[in-house]
Ligand binder design. Structure first.
Ligand SMILES: Cc1cc2nc3c(=O)[nH]c(=O)nc-3n(C[C@H](O)[C@H](O)[C@H](O)COP(=O)(O)OP(=O)(O)OC[C@H]3O[C@@H](n4cnc5c(N)ncnc54)[C@H](O)[C@@H]3O)c2cc1C
Length: 339
Protein backbone atom coordinates (compact mmCIF):
# COMPACT_ATOMS: atom_id res chain seq x y z
CA UNK A 1 0.00 0.00 0.00
CA UNK A 2 1.36 3.40 -0.77
CA UNK A 3 -0.37 6.64 -0.04
CA UNK A 4 -0.66 9.30 -2.69
CA UNK A 5 0.45 12.28 -0.62
CA UNK A 6 0.48 15.41 -2.77
CA UNK A 7 2.20 18.70 -2.06
CA UNK A 8 0.70 22.19 -2.42
CA UNK A 9 -2.83 21.12 -3.32
CA UNK A 10 -5.44 23.76 -4.12
CA UNK A 11 -8.45 23.22 -1.83
CA UNK A 12 -11.01 25.30 -3.79
CA UNK A 13 -12.58 22.14 -5.29
CA UNK A 14 -12.73 20.56 -1.83
CA UNK A 15 -14.86 23.20 -0.08
CA UNK A 16 -18.39 24.23 -1.08
CA UNK A 17 -17.62 27.92 -0.46
CA UNK A 18 -15.16 27.48 -3.33
CA UNK A 19 -12.59 29.70 -1.63
CA UNK A 20 -8.95 29.26 -2.57
CA UNK A 21 -6.46 27.96 0.00
CA UNK A 22 -3.49 25.67 -0.38
CA UNK A 23 -2.94 22.50 1.64
CA UNK A 24 0.76 22.07 2.32
CA UNK A 25 0.18 18.31 1.90
CA UNK A 26 -3.01 16.47 0.93
CA UNK A 27 -4.07 12.85 0.90
CA UNK A 28 -7.33 10.98 0.33
CA UNK A 29 -7.73 7.88 2.49
CA UNK A 30 -9.97 4.99 1.42
CA UNK A 31 -9.62 2.63 4.39
CA UNK A 32 -8.77 2.51 8.11
CA UNK A 33 -5.31 1.22 7.19
CA UNK A 34 -4.64 4.18 4.87
CA UNK A 35 -5.82 6.57 7.58
CA UNK A 36 -3.48 5.02 10.15
CA UNK A 37 -0.61 5.20 7.65
CA UNK A 38 -1.34 8.88 6.87
CA UNK A 39 -1.49 9.79 10.56
CA UNK A 40 1.77 7.92 11.24
CA UNK A 41 3.46 9.79 8.39
CA UNK A 42 2.21 13.12 9.77
CA UNK A 43 3.55 12.26 13.23
CA UNK A 44 6.91 11.24 11.76
CA UNK A 45 7.20 14.50 9.80
CA UNK A 46 5.74 16.71 12.56
CA UNK A 47 2.82 17.82 10.38
CA UNK A 48 -0.40 19.03 11.98
CA UNK A 49 -3.39 17.09 10.61
CA UNK A 50 -6.73 18.40 9.41
CA UNK A 51 -9.43 15.86 8.53
CA UNK A 52 -12.10 16.85 6.03
CA UNK A 53 -15.06 15.19 4.33
CA UNK A 54 -17.03 16.99 1.65
CA UNK A 55 -15.92 20.47 2.74
CA UNK A 56 -19.52 21.70 3.07
CA UNK A 57 -19.15 22.98 6.60
CA UNK A 58 -15.73 24.58 6.37
CA UNK A 59 -14.45 28.11 6.06
CA UNK A 60 -10.84 28.14 4.88
CA UNK A 61 -9.48 31.48 5.97
CA UNK A 62 -5.82 30.74 5.21
CA UNK A 63 -3.53 28.14 3.66
CA UNK A 64 -3.51 24.92 5.69
CA UNK A 65 -0.13 23.82 7.05
CA UNK A 66 0.75 20.13 7.51
CA UNK A 67 -1.48 17.41 6.11
CA UNK A 68 -5.11 17.61 5.00
CA UNK A 69 -6.66 14.13 5.14
CA UNK A 70 -9.82 13.76 3.07
CA UNK A 71 -12.01 10.84 4.17
CA UNK A 72 -12.85 8.83 1.05
CA UNK A 73 -13.72 5.40 2.50
CA UNK A 74 -16.80 3.95 0.81
CA UNK A 75 -19.24 1.19 1.74
CA UNK A 76 -22.74 0.83 3.17
CA UNK A 77 -24.72 -2.20 4.28
CA UNK A 78 -27.59 -3.53 6.31
CA UNK A 79 -25.96 -4.99 9.42
CA UNK A 80 -29.04 -6.77 10.76
CA UNK A 81 -32.80 -6.70 10.72
CA UNK A 82 -35.09 -7.82 13.50
CA UNK A 83 -38.84 -7.35 13.73
CA UNK A 84 -38.77 -4.40 11.33
CA UNK A 85 -35.88 -2.64 13.11
CA UNK A 86 -32.95 -2.29 10.74
CA UNK A 87 -29.39 -1.42 11.63
CA UNK A 88 -27.41 0.10 8.75
CA UNK A 89 -23.78 1.10 8.60
CA UNK A 90 -21.91 3.43 6.27
CA UNK A 91 -18.25 4.37 5.95
CA UNK A 92 -17.17 7.93 6.71
CA UNK A 93 -16.45 8.91 3.11
CA UNK A 94 -19.88 7.94 1.77
CA UNK A 95 -21.62 11.02 0.38
CA UNK A 96 -24.57 11.77 2.69
CA UNK A 97 -27.47 12.36 0.30
CA UNK A 98 -26.81 9.28 -1.89
CA UNK A 99 -26.65 7.29 1.36
CA UNK A 100 -30.07 8.67 2.38
CA UNK A 101 -31.43 7.75 -1.06
CA UNK A 102 -29.95 4.26 -0.77
CA UNK A 103 -31.67 3.77 2.61
CA UNK A 104 -35.00 4.85 1.08
CA UNK A 105 -34.47 2.47 -1.85
CA UNK A 106 -34.06 -0.34 0.73
CA UNK A 107 -37.54 0.57 2.00
CA UNK A 108 -36.18 2.07 5.24
CA UNK A 109 -37.68 4.94 7.20
CA UNK A 110 -35.73 7.42 9.33
CA UNK A 111 -33.37 9.52 7.21
CA UNK A 112 -35.91 11.12 4.84
CA UNK A 113 -36.02 14.53 6.57
CA UNK A 114 -32.22 14.76 6.27
CA UNK A 115 -32.34 14.55 2.47
CA UNK A 116 -30.14 16.76 0.31
CA UNK A 117 -27.75 17.82 3.08
CA UNK A 118 -24.32 17.99 1.41
CA UNK A 119 -21.24 16.32 2.86
CA UNK A 120 -20.27 12.88 4.06
CA UNK A 121 -21.60 10.29 6.50
CA UNK A 122 -18.51 10.68 8.72
CA UNK A 123 -19.12 14.39 9.26
CA UNK A 124 -22.84 14.06 10.02
CA UNK A 125 -22.38 13.25 13.75
CA UNK A 126 -19.79 16.03 14.04
CA UNK A 127 -22.42 18.75 14.31
CA UNK A 128 -25.38 16.38 14.73
CA UNK A 129 -26.76 17.51 11.38
CA UNK A 130 -30.40 18.40 11.44
CA UNK A 131 -33.16 19.56 9.17
CA UNK A 132 -36.96 19.67 9.07
CA UNK A 133 -37.43 18.58 12.68
CA UNK A 134 -35.01 15.62 12.69
CA UNK A 135 -31.40 15.40 13.82
CA UNK A 136 -28.87 12.62 13.28
CA UNK A 137 -29.08 11.79 17.00
CA UNK A 138 -32.72 10.71 16.47
CA UNK A 139 -31.68 7.81 14.22
CA UNK A 140 -28.17 7.27 15.55
CA UNK A 141 -27.09 3.85 16.83
CA UNK A 142 -23.31 4.05 17.28
CA UNK A 143 -20.09 4.92 15.50
CA UNK A 144 -16.53 3.72 15.25
CA UNK A 145 -13.93 6.44 15.72
CA UNK A 146 -10.18 6.53 15.98
CA UNK A 147 -9.00 8.35 19.09
CA UNK A 148 -5.88 10.22 17.98
CA UNK A 149 -4.79 10.58 21.61
CA UNK A 150 -4.52 6.84 22.21
CA UNK A 151 -4.41 5.50 18.65
CA UNK A 152 -7.29 3.14 19.53
CA UNK A 153 -10.58 2.63 17.73
CA UNK A 154 -13.62 3.06 19.99
CA UNK A 155 -17.25 2.17 19.43
CA UNK A 156 -19.29 5.10 20.78
CA UNK A 157 -23.02 5.00 21.52
CA UNK A 158 -25.24 8.09 21.55
CA UNK A 159 -24.58 9.16 25.12
CA UNK A 160 -20.81 9.21 24.64
CA UNK A 161 -21.26 11.46 21.60
CA UNK A 162 -22.92 14.22 23.74
CA UNK A 163 -25.13 15.34 20.87
CA UNK A 164 -26.67 18.79 21.14
CA UNK A 165 -27.98 21.40 18.76
CA UNK A 166 -25.33 21.44 15.99
CA UNK A 167 -22.96 20.03 18.58
CA UNK A 168 -21.24 16.85 19.74
CA UNK A 169 -18.19 15.63 21.63
CA UNK A 170 -16.38 15.59 18.27
CA UNK A 171 -16.99 19.29 17.81
CA UNK A 172 -16.03 19.99 21.44
CA UNK A 173 -12.75 18.08 21.12
CA UNK A 174 -11.49 19.25 17.72
CA UNK A 175 -8.79 17.09 16.17
CA UNK A 176 -9.15 14.23 18.65
CA UNK A 177 -11.57 11.86 16.91
CA UNK A 178 -11.64 10.59 13.35
CA UNK A 179 -15.00 9.02 12.61
CA UNK A 180 -14.60 5.84 10.56
CA UNK A 181 -18.09 4.34 10.27
CA UNK A 182 -21.55 5.29 11.50
CA UNK A 183 -24.50 3.01 12.33
CA UNK A 184 -28.11 4.15 12.12
CA UNK A 185 -31.22 2.58 13.66
CA UNK A 186 -33.84 2.68 10.89
CA UNK A 187 -37.14 0.87 10.53
CA UNK A 188 -39.38 -0.72 7.93
CA UNK A 189 -42.27 1.31 9.34
CA UNK A 190 -42.18 4.34 11.59
CA UNK A 191 -44.11 7.56 12.04
CA UNK A 192 -43.10 10.26 9.55
CA UNK A 193 -42.15 13.74 10.76
CA UNK A 194 -44.37 16.06 8.76
CA UNK A 195 -44.98 18.95 11.13
CA UNK A 196 -41.92 21.04 10.46
CA UNK A 197 -41.94 23.89 7.96
CA UNK A 198 -43.95 23.52 4.79
CA UNK A 199 -43.72 19.70 4.44
CA UNK A 200 -47.46 19.09 4.74
CA UNK A 201 -48.32 21.95 2.36
CA UNK A 202 -45.86 20.64 -0.21
CA UNK A 203 -47.28 17.12 0.00
CA UNK A 204 -50.82 18.50 -0.30
CA UNK A 205 -49.74 20.49 -3.35
CA UNK A 206 -48.59 17.23 -4.91
CA UNK A 207 -51.93 15.62 -4.05
CA UNK A 208 -50.27 13.11 -1.68
CA UNK A 209 -52.52 12.19 1.25
CA UNK A 210 -50.77 9.06 2.56
CA UNK A 211 -47.08 9.92 2.10
CA UNK A 212 -44.28 7.38 2.14
CA UNK A 213 -40.79 8.19 3.42
CA UNK A 214 -39.76 8.59 -0.23
CA UNK A 215 -42.54 11.16 -0.79
CA UNK A 216 -41.31 13.11 2.25
CA UNK A 217 -37.75 13.01 0.94
CA UNK A 218 -38.84 14.26 -2.47
CA UNK A 219 -40.94 17.04 -0.95
CA UNK A 220 -38.00 18.15 1.21
CA UNK A 221 -35.61 18.05 -1.77
CA UNK A 222 -38.00 20.29 -3.71
CA UNK A 223 -38.33 22.75 -0.80
CA UNK A 224 -34.57 22.85 -0.23
CA UNK A 225 -33.84 23.37 -3.93
CA UNK A 226 -36.09 26.43 -3.92
CA UNK A 227 -34.74 27.83 -0.65
CA UNK A 228 -31.01 27.19 -0.65
CA UNK A 229 -28.41 28.12 -3.25
CA UNK A 230 -26.72 25.16 -4.94
CA UNK A 231 -23.01 25.28 -3.97
CA UNK A 232 -22.14 24.09 -7.49
CA UNK A 233 -23.56 27.39 -8.77
CA UNK A 234 -22.99 29.79 -5.86
CA UNK A 235 -20.37 29.01 -3.20
CA UNK A 236 -21.80 28.65 0.31
CA UNK A 237 -21.75 26.44 3.41
CA UNK A 238 -25.48 26.39 4.15
CA UNK A 239 -26.56 28.19 7.33
CA UNK A 240 -23.64 30.33 8.38
CA UNK A 241 -24.84 31.01 11.94
CA UNK A 242 -26.53 28.81 14.52
CA UNK A 243 -29.94 29.88 15.75
CA UNK A 244 -29.05 31.58 19.06
CA UNK A 245 -30.39 30.12 22.30
CA UNK A 246 -31.14 32.87 24.83
CA UNK A 247 -32.85 33.09 28.25
CA UNK A 248 -36.65 32.93 27.80
CA UNK A 249 -37.00 36.34 29.51
CA UNK A 250 -34.72 37.92 26.91
CA UNK A 251 -36.74 36.30 24.11
CA UNK A 252 -39.98 37.65 25.66
CA UNK A 253 -38.53 41.16 25.92
CA UNK A 254 -37.38 41.01 22.29
CA UNK A 255 -40.77 39.70 21.15
CA UNK A 256 -42.49 42.59 22.92
CA UNK A 257 -40.40 44.98 20.82
CA UNK A 258 -40.35 42.90 17.64
CA UNK A 259 -43.61 40.87 17.49
CA UNK A 260 -42.56 39.18 14.22
CA UNK A 261 -39.47 37.56 15.79
CA UNK A 262 -39.76 33.75 15.49
CA UNK A 263 -38.82 32.00 18.75
CA UNK A 264 -39.17 28.40 19.91
CA UNK A 265 -38.89 26.76 23.34
CA UNK A 266 -35.39 25.33 23.79
CA UNK A 267 -35.38 23.57 27.15
CA UNK A 268 -36.16 24.93 30.61
CA UNK A 269 -36.01 28.74 30.73
CA UNK A 270 -34.51 29.02 27.25
CA UNK A 271 -35.68 30.01 23.80
CA UNK A 272 -34.19 29.62 20.34
CA UNK A 273 -34.40 32.62 18.04
CA UNK A 274 -34.30 32.55 14.25
CA UNK A 275 -30.85 33.85 13.29
CA UNK A 276 -31.98 34.45 9.70
CA UNK A 277 -34.76 36.78 10.87
CA UNK A 278 -32.36 38.81 13.05
CA UNK A 279 -29.87 39.18 10.18
CA UNK A 280 -32.63 40.07 7.73
CA UNK A 281 -34.07 42.71 10.09
CA UNK A 282 -30.60 44.16 10.60
CA UNK A 283 -30.64 44.85 6.85
CA UNK A 284 -28.09 42.33 5.60
CA UNK A 285 -30.13 40.18 3.21
CA UNK A 286 -28.80 40.62 -0.31
CA UNK A 287 -25.87 42.72 0.94
CA UNK A 288 -22.72 42.37 -1.14
CA UNK A 289 -19.10 43.14 -0.15
CA UNK A 290 -17.25 42.69 -3.43
CA UNK A 291 -17.06 38.98 -4.20
CA UNK A 292 -18.82 37.84 -1.02
CA UNK A 293 -22.25 38.58 0.35
CA UNK A 294 -25.48 37.50 2.00
CA UNK A 295 -27.86 35.45 -0.10
CA UNK A 296 -30.66 37.49 -1.56
CA UNK A 297 -33.44 35.08 -0.49
CA UNK A 298 -31.91 33.56 2.65
CA UNK A 299 -30.17 35.90 5.12
CA UNK A 300 -28.65 32.98 7.02
CA UNK A 301 -26.52 31.94 4.05
CA UNK A 302 -23.29 33.78 3.23
CA UNK A 303 -22.15 33.33 -0.35
CA UNK A 304 -19.06 33.55 -2.50
CA UNK A 305 -20.07 35.12 -5.83
CA UNK A 306 -16.73 34.00 -7.28
CA UNK A 307 -13.14 34.77 -6.36
CA UNK A 308 -13.97 35.65 -2.75
CA UNK A 309 -11.56 34.65 -0.01
CA UNK A 310 -12.21 33.02 3.34
CA UNK A 311 -10.90 36.17 5.01
CA UNK A 312 -13.52 38.25 3.19
CA UNK A 313 -16.31 35.88 4.25
CA UNK A 314 -15.01 36.00 7.83
CA UNK A 315 -14.84 39.81 7.83
CA UNK A 316 -18.44 40.00 6.57
CA UNK A 317 -19.55 37.47 9.19
CA UNK A 318 -17.94 39.55 11.93
CA UNK A 319 -19.70 42.71 10.74
CA UNK A 320 -23.03 40.87 10.78
CA UNK A 321 -22.34 39.54 14.29
CA UNK A 322 -21.50 43.06 15.53
CA UNK A 323 -24.60 44.56 13.96
CA UNK A 324 -27.00 41.90 15.35
CA UNK A 325 -25.36 42.27 18.77
CA UNK A 326 -25.75 46.06 18.67
CA UNK A 327 -29.36 45.98 17.50
CA UNK A 328 -30.80 43.00 19.42
CA UNK A 329 -28.22 42.25 22.14
CA UNK A 330 -27.89 38.72 20.75
CA UNK A 331 -24.59 37.08 19.84
CA UNK A 332 -24.46 34.86 16.80
CA UNK A 333 -22.18 31.85 16.69
CA UNK A 334 -20.66 30.68 13.42
CA UNK A 335 -21.75 27.22 12.29
CA UNK A 336 -18.98 26.26 9.80
CA UNK A 337 -15.65 25.09 11.14
CA UNK A 338 -12.97 27.73 10.65
CA UNK A 339 -9.64 26.48 9.33
C1 LIG B 1 -26.23 24.09 0.74
C2 LIG B 1 -25.93 23.52 2.11
C3 LIG B 1 -26.97 23.12 2.93
C4 LIG B 1 -26.70 22.59 4.20
N1 LIG B 1 -27.76 22.20 4.97
C5 LIG B 1 -27.54 21.70 6.21
C6 LIG B 1 -28.64 21.29 7.03
O1 LIG B 1 -29.80 21.34 6.63
N2 LIG B 1 -28.37 20.83 8.27
C7 LIG B 1 -27.10 20.72 8.75
O2 LIG B 1 -26.92 20.28 9.89
N3 LIG B 1 -26.02 21.09 7.99
C8 LIG B 1 -26.22 21.57 6.73
N4 LIG B 1 -25.16 21.95 5.96
C9 LIG B 1 -23.79 21.85 6.50
C10 LIG B 1 -23.02 20.58 6.06
O3 LIG B 1 -23.55 20.05 4.89
C11 LIG B 1 -23.03 19.50 7.15
O4 LIG B 1 -22.50 20.00 8.34
C12 LIG B 1 -22.23 18.26 6.72
O5 LIG B 1 -22.41 17.22 7.66
C13 LIG B 1 -20.74 18.53 6.56
O6 LIG B 1 -20.17 17.37 5.98
P1 LIG B 1 -18.78 17.44 5.22
O7 LIG B 1 -18.41 16.03 4.89
O8 LIG B 1 -18.85 18.36 4.08
O9 LIG B 1 -17.83 17.99 6.36
P2 LIG B 1 -16.59 18.98 6.21
O10 LIG B 1 -17.11 20.34 5.87
O11 LIG B 1 -15.55 18.40 5.34
O12 LIG B 1 -16.07 18.99 7.71
C14 LIG B 1 -16.85 19.56 8.72
C15 LIG B 1 -16.17 19.29 10.05
O13 LIG B 1 -16.23 17.90 10.32
C16 LIG B 1 -14.92 17.36 10.48
N5 LIG B 1 -14.93 16.03 9.86
C17 LIG B 1 -15.29 15.73 8.58
N6 LIG B 1 -15.24 14.38 8.42
C18 LIG B 1 -14.84 13.86 9.61
C19 LIG B 1 -14.60 12.52 10.08
N7 LIG B 1 -14.78 11.44 9.30
N8 LIG B 1 -14.16 12.36 11.36
C20 LIG B 1 -14.00 13.43 12.17
N9 LIG B 1 -14.21 14.69 11.79
C21 LIG B 1 -14.64 14.91 10.52
C22 LIG B 1 -13.97 18.34 9.83
O14 LIG B 1 -12.71 18.32 10.46
C23 LIG B 1 -14.69 19.67 10.08
O15 LIG B 1 -14.39 20.14 11.37
C24 LIG B 1 -25.38 22.47 4.67
C25 LIG B 1 -24.32 22.89 3.84
C26 LIG B 1 -24.59 23.40 2.56
C27 LIG B 1 -23.45 23.80 1.68
Amino acid sequence: MSLNVQRAVQLAPFNTFGVAATAEHFVQVHSDAELVEALALATERGWPVQVIGGGSNLLLSADVPGLVVRMASLGKRIVREEAGQVLVEACAGEPWHPFVQWSLAQGLVGLENLSLIPGTVGAAPMQNVGAYGVEVKDVFASLAALDRHSGEVHELAGEACAFGYRDSVFKQQPGRWVILRVRFALARQAPLHLDYGPIRERLALLGIEQPTALDVSQAICAIRQEKLPDPAVLGNAGSFFKNPVVPAAQAEALKARYPGLPSYPAGPGQAKLAAGWLIDQAGWRGHRDGAVGVHVHQALVLVNHGGGTGQQVLALAQRIQASVQARFGVSLEMEPNLL
